[in-house]
Write a protein that binds this ligand. Structure first.
Ligand SMILES: Cc1ncc(COP(=O)(O)O)c(C=O)c1O
Length: 368
């Protein structure tokens, strides 16, 4: 019986080993390790891949969100609307900026922000909205943008799980004023350490993020802080590694889509499958299904050597650190129900169609 892991980071490294080793050697030999030629080249290449005017490399996806909010002058007294069904980072970044997270429910099919719940939660204090393109599927950007744009509310896209996804023919990240990416190793475009980026079509916003990532300095005046920034820089080794992975992103996303199609073909009735909405390109960062008796199913798959995950088991508004500090304009019943039923099946670009067949057969057996 072959073990099938939820993700396989070592396989991803081995698939690109010679090119990564060469890139690391090049970065090491350069004698310059933070914000040098590799980071600059990666920023240009990633901006181009995203259809953005520019990109600022930072230390993580959490920092990308925090700095994007700061660049929009979001701070104490402001409300930022997002979802409770996301990585804790989305909400942590709002708190880091000093603003109040307002959490709304999700759509039961895409697991992304419900535009109707968003519309009902907007107040005069709403300064920004952060839709999350969860699991690799775009949030309903056209409807969300139509809600926030006329009101002058900042739209910041959390693209940490959706590198390469399309919303109605447009790359995710190109609709909002700012887009935030994580390069945590498990992501579709993952580094071999921490990393993140902010992209935008607005050079002024990019300049603000660029200053904030290094103590508020500007290119013309190092060591003089014009804003209260922090240290959040993309290092040269990670940038050099990301430059190897970036050209492979499209092919790896296509492999994820092939694997997803095979799951959809083989999984038995009773398993609720992910759905790709018309006009969208899902990049299956995670392959999340819903099953009855989720925890029993999970244990039975583990007994057969199949790794699964739950993304995420505890919605943010129910977590000890956040329940007192977030606002809920309405109950989050879709979110809470999803958290009890969702199950992430193995999904990574080094998997084969035969691996999917093994997982599907095991799940069929468990649900008999
Ligand atoms: C939706 C989402 N937003 C933000 C982040 C934060 O990224 P990082 O782990 O690089 O800080 C992550 C990754 O964990 C994520 O999945």
């Amino acid at each position: 019986m072959t073990q099938i892991q939820l993700n396989d980071l070592k396989a991803r490294y081995l698939a690109h080993q010679p090119a990564i080793n060469a890139a690391v050697q090049r970065a090491l030999a350069s004698g310059w390790y933070i914000l040098g030629q590799e980071a600059a080249a990666f920023e240009t290449e990633f901006a181009q891949a995203c259809g953005a005017a520019g990109c600022v490399g930072v230390n993580s996806g959490t920092d990308a969100l925090h700095l994007a909010l700061r660049a929009c002058d979001v701070g104490p007294g402001d409300e930022v609307i997002t979802v409770a069904h996301t990585a804790v980072a989305t909400v942590a970044a709002i708190r880091l900026a000093g603003a109040t997270p307002v959490l709304v429910d999700i759509d039961p099919v895409t697991y992304t922000m419900s535009p109707a719940a968003l519309a009902a939660a907007i107040t005069p204090r709403t300064k920004a909205v952060i839709p999350v393109h969860l699991y690799g599927h775009p949030a309903d950007l056209p409807t969300i943008a139509a809600e926030v744009n006329p009101r002058g509310i900042w739209l910041i896209e959390d693209c940490a799980q959706a590198h390469g996804a399309l919303s109605h023919g447009r790359p995710v990240g190109s609709v909002g004023e700012l887009a935030c990416y994580s390069f945590y190793p498990t992501k579709n475009l993952g580094a071999l350490g921490d990393g993140g980026a902010v992209t935008s079509r607005d050079p002024d916003l990019l300049a603000r993020v660029r200053a904030l990532r290094e103590y508020g300095w500007t290119p013309a005046a190092r060591y003089v802080s014009f804003s209260e920034g922090l240290n959040s820089r993309l290092d040269e080794l990670q940038a050099a590694i990301l430059r190897v992975f970036l050209p492979a992103l499209d092919g790896e996303n296509e492999q994820r889509r092939r694997l997803a199609a095979e799951y959809a073909r083989l999984l038995p009735a009773g398993v609720v499958l992910p759905v790709e909405q018309p006009g969208c390109r899902h990049v299956y960062h995670l392959y999340v299904v819903r099953v009855p008796e989720r925890d029993r199913v999970r244990d039975a798959l583990a007994a057969q050597g199949i790794g699964t995950g739950i993304h995420y088991p505890t919605p943010i508004h129910l977590q000890p650190a956040y329940r007192e500090v977030v606002e809920l304009p309405a109950p989050l019943s879709v979110t809470e129900r999803a958290a009890e039923e969702i199950l992430s099946l193995p999904m990574h670009p080094s998997m084969t169609v035969e691996d999917v067949q093994q997982v599907a057969a095991a799940l069929t057996d468990v649900l008999k």
